[in-house]
Design a protein around this ligand. Structure first.
Ligand code: ZN
Ligand code: ZN
Length: 232
């Protein structure tokens, strides 16, 4: 019981350190204690954490995924820019990608309201993008992608409670994100996944930060439907 409480306290302090800007010293101690506690998460249920070797309370799988203090989910879009002195195109793209991934994960969880919130965040990420350093050709290419993507992000943001509608927009949005990555590259390893069933069997792609398949078009209905197409 004592260990449980301790774990809970650590988890909370970990969350706090992710979400707020604590002082340097506080941060260090939190990180140090986090390392020694070594939390692991279920590969299918990232919200379920515990010690290595323990079983997931939802599906019984072994907890094998190390929980780092910078979980994607908790990375605030703006935080990606606070540590860099020169904001490059790649930073804007990273901001967009993080917002997209957070949106994708809400759809994986069948969380329509959360997806709407993240759609709005994604729209804001696109609006922050600075095209000043792009040449005319790049700028046109970027705006073609961004204008379309912003419309989809906006519809997703405006349709909380209508997850099927959000997922339709998400399918085209994912193509835009894929094009954006083709144009600017990506700082982190990403995966292009493919669902063969979506859109009456025409299929659809999505971009993921994890190698394992978690289908955002069907969520819990068909979570593992799909395959890894390529590493980006
Ligand atoms: Zn699980
Ligand atoms: Zn719509």
């Amino acid at each position: 019981m004592k260990a449980l409480i301790l774990t809970a306290i650590l988890a909370v302090s970990l969350l706090v350190s992710c979400n707020t800007k604590t002082k340097e010293t506080e941060n260090n101690t939190t990180e140090a204690s986090a390392n020694s506690s070594e939390l692991f998460a279920c590969p299918m249920h990232p919200e379920v954490t515990g010690k290595k070797g323990e079983k997931c309370s939802k599906c019984g799988m072994e907890l094998t995924e190390p929980v780092t203090s910078k979980k994607m989910e908790d990375v605030k879009s703006t935080e990606t820019k606070t540590d860099v002195t020169t904001v490059t195109q790649a930073d804007y793209t990273t901001d967009i990608i993080i917002s997209y991934i957070n949106l994708k994960n809400r759809l994986v969880n069948d969380d329509s309201k959360g997806a709407a919130d993240k759609g709005k965040v994604l729209l804001a990420s696109f609006e922050r993008f600075d095209t000043k350093t792009l040449d005319a050709k790049q700028k046109k290419e970027y705006l073609d992608i961004a204008d379309d993507a912003k419309e989809h992000a906006e519809h997703i943001g405006d349709n909380a409670g209508k997850i099927d509608h959000q997922r339709e927009h998400f399918a085209t949005l994912s193509k835009d994100i894929n094009d954006l990555i083709k144009m600017f590259g990506t700082k982190q390893k990403l995966y292009q996944d493919h669902c063969p069933m979506y859109n009456d069997g025409k299929g659809a792609i999505w971009i993921s930060e994890t190698k394992e398949i978690k289908n955002p078009f069907y969520g819990s209905q068909m979570l593992t439907c799909g395959s890894l197409k390529k590493t980006l």
